[in-house]
Design a protein around this ligand. Structure first.
Ligand SMILES: [Zn+2]
Length: 124
């Protein structure tokens, strides 16, 4: 089983970009069905909504980026941003961790969850 893990910020960015394409796609469908007025209106509203939503997501990325920790990737020596306890390098997808206890362990998204954080707190 291979995990294709990519940086969280990159993931959200891809999501926001695809929302824009979906939005334009929906509007395009709206133009194609313009003979049915109510259907065209629905497609246009849906298209507008997804474009508006993607700008919200872009804004959210901006907020996240300010909270992200900037580090230099040990693997490709390029500056990258980290979110949470574990994240992947933006350039080479090298898994990174902020927690010394997790170093060398198998990469797992669950290290970012609240339950895991509490679990380690109780142990130590
Ligand atoms: Zn890297």
């Amino acid at each position: 089983m291979s995990i294709n893990y990519s940086s969280k910020i990159n993931k959200i960015r891809t999501f926001a970009l695809s929302l824009i394409f979906i939005g334009f796609g929906l509007m395009y469908v709206g133009i194609m069905v313009k003979t049915t007025e109510w259907l065209m209106v629905i497609f246009f509203i849906l298209g507008l909504l997804s474009i508006v939503f993607s700008t919200v997501v872009y804004f959210w990325i901006g907020m996240l980026s300010t909270r992200a920790v900037q580090i230099v990737c040990p693997s490709c020596h390029q500056p990258t941003k980290m979110l949470g306890r574990v994240d992947a390098c933006m350039h080479c997808k090298q898994p990174l961790t902020m927690d010394k206890n997790l170093e060398g362990k198998e990469f797992d998204e669950k290290y970012n969850s609240k339950e895991f954080r509490n679990e380690t707190k109780h142990k130590s």
